[in-house]
Design a protein around this ligand. Structure first.
Ligand SMILES: [Zn+2]
Ligand SMILES: [Zn+2]
Length: 335
């Protein structure tokens, strides 16, 4: 099996939240307040994602703090002019974060604060045309809050042109107890639909921005430098992981057929995989105060393995999935 580095201790990590609402749409705080709060909380990257309203300015950028361009698209039902809503007629509504790919040699095609009044028909075909439209323009597409949207694994399997999914959405958790979407994500991975995971705050109105050490969902971006282009590069390559202020992944790699992890102190590490041999390694089972490093051998027949790191307060961190088959050499595959 070939070696591969997933999180490299030598490369800096930047804290990001790509999902923020303000009075520009249905949030209760002014965007300037939101931005100041994130900056003070030590975030490096945010994207104001008010519904169907483009963010395309670098006015608030400063040293160690950048804003990505994009929006949360949540279009309107073409026929009755009502928003697609989880509790309404169509039961399943899809929301998507669209983040401009800064690697492209053309500018984001929408003005700052441009309103995106887009209509959509019921049915997956219409949604897939819609997501393709965004993807082809040059946006990175993240499927938002599957559980809040009442999207199950089959719905997610049918959605095309998305590169990542919110495995954790903080406001969906504290506002509606539907913050975690691991089962829906795993269903996709088990069927070889590859989606990266991210975590977001999706802050609207219910609570003030939680301090990062208390709770909240964020995505850790790994990139040699803090720039929009570097963030887009990391998103494309999967050089990021999701967290609700759980333990930090310091280093994660496959070496000589083993997963090797280094992290800040964790109560337990869960290995979630297909076929299902979920296993949990706790500090207690290892007779240590906390887990800070771990090595586990990979069964090469495993379709995917992903790690969950659990902190002493129960907060989680999610790694991206590892696909052992990608790492097998030709002679290993034949056996
Ligand atoms: Zn949403
Ligand atoms: Zn939202």
């Amino acid at each position: 099996m070939r070696d591969k580095v997933y999180v490299d201790r030598e490369i800096p990590q930047w804290r990001a939240n790509f999902h923020i609402h303000s009075t520009r749409s249905d949030g209760l705080q002014e965007i300037e307040e939101r931005i100041a709060a994130y900056r003070e909380a030590g975030y490096n990257i945010i994207m104001p994602s008010d519904h169907n309203l483009m963010w395309n300015t670098d006015e608030y950028d400063e040293e160690n703090f950048i804003t990505m361009r994009g929006t949360e698209v949540s279009p309107t039902n073409r026929y009755d002019n009502q928003k697609f809503h989880a509790g309404g007629l169509w039961r399943v509504c899809h929301h998507l974060l669209a983040i401009w790919d800064e690697r492209l040699d053309r500018p984001c095609p929408y003005e700052h604060d441009e309103r995106l009044n887009m209509l959509i028909s019921p049915g997956i075909t219409s949604w897939n045309e819609y997501t393709r439209f965004w993807r082809e323009q040059g946006f990175y597409m993240i499927y938002c809050h599957p559980r809040w949207s009442k999207a199950n694994g089959e719905h997610l399997m049918a959605m095309e042109h998305c590169q990542a999914v919110e495995v954790y959405n903080h406001e969906c958790r504290i506002g509606a107890c539907v913050g975690y979407s691991e089962a829906e994500w795993d269903y996709c991975l088990s069927n070889n639909k590859r989606l990266y995971c991210c975590a977001t705050d999706d802050c609207h109105r219910f609570v003030p921005l939680p301090k990062p050490e208390l709770s909240g969902g964020f995505t850790m971006i790994q990139a040699p430098e803090l720039s929009r282009r570097a963030v887009s590069e990391a998103l494309a390559k999967g050089d990021f992981y999701a967290s609700e202020s759980g333990p930090q992944i310091l280093d994660l790699r496959v070496r000589e057929g083993c997963i090797q992890l280094q992290c800040t102190p964790a109560r337990e590490i869960r290995f979630v995989s297909e076929p299902v041999y979920h296993r949990e390694i706790s500090a207690r089972s290892q007779s240590v105060d906390a887990i800070t490093e771990l090595e586990v051998e990979i069964n090469p027949k495993t379709l995917f393995i992903r790690l969950e790191l659990i902190g002493f307060d129960g907060a989680k961190t999610w790694s991206q999935p590892i696909f052992p088959d990608d790492l097998l050499r030709d002679d290993e595959r034949e056996n």
